[in-house]
Design a protein around this ligand. Structure first.
Ligand SMILES: [Zn+2]
Ligand SMILES: [Zn+2]
Length: 160
């Protein structure tokens, strides 16, 4: 009497090939895999990184394109100027990562004279800062009401 052994059926089997994983439409799959990775935030914001605001000092030859004019540059977190200021991103500073609230280095280039509104750079031969930015002429006119230290500073700038 032959007892038929029950057919042994494993719950799983080993497969030699990976035919199951074969992609139906190979071209489509390749195209999908070749899609560029999502663009990181700070590259997308590249436009904002291009200096488009013209700055031209009325006192010297300085002429620059700057990134920002105002009091709170978005790239200098935590910084608020007391007056509208022409600000450039530091060209030597790598782009910051958005999620890091790290202030980016910046350079304050100049401002408008608080009296005559002329654009002046921060150079000591073009402007003086005492509570506000003044061109040297206006600073001189205004300095009579300033404390001695500020007057001395201005006099030194004028004679340099
Ligand atoms: Zn200047
Ligand atoms: Zn002035």
């Amino acid at each position: 009497m032959i007892v038929e052994e029950p057919q042994y059926e494993p719950e799983y089997e080993y497969v030699d090939d990976f035919s199951d994983l074969k992609v139906e439409n190979e071209e489509e799959e390749i195209a999908r895999l070749q899609l560029p990775p999502p663009v990181p935030q700070d590259i997308r914001d590249d436009k904002e990184r291009i200096a488009t605001i013209e700055f031209k000092c009325s006192g010297c030859d300085m002429q620059e394109l700057v990134h920002y004019f105002g009091q709170k540059p978005p790239f200098a977190i935590g910084v608020k100027f007391r007056e509208d200021t022409y600000v450039m991103r530091d060209p030597f500073q790598a782009p910051p990562q958005r999620w890091k609230l790290k202030p980016e280095f910046y350079v304050a280039i100049g401002a408008h004279c608080a009296m005559c509104n002329k654009v002046v750079c921060k150079d000591t031969s073009c402007s003086i800062y005492y509570t506000k930015t003044y061109c040297l002429q206006c600073g001189f006119a205004k300095s009579k009401s300033w404390p001695v230290e500020a007057q001395t500073k201005l006099r030194k700038q004028l004679t340099d």
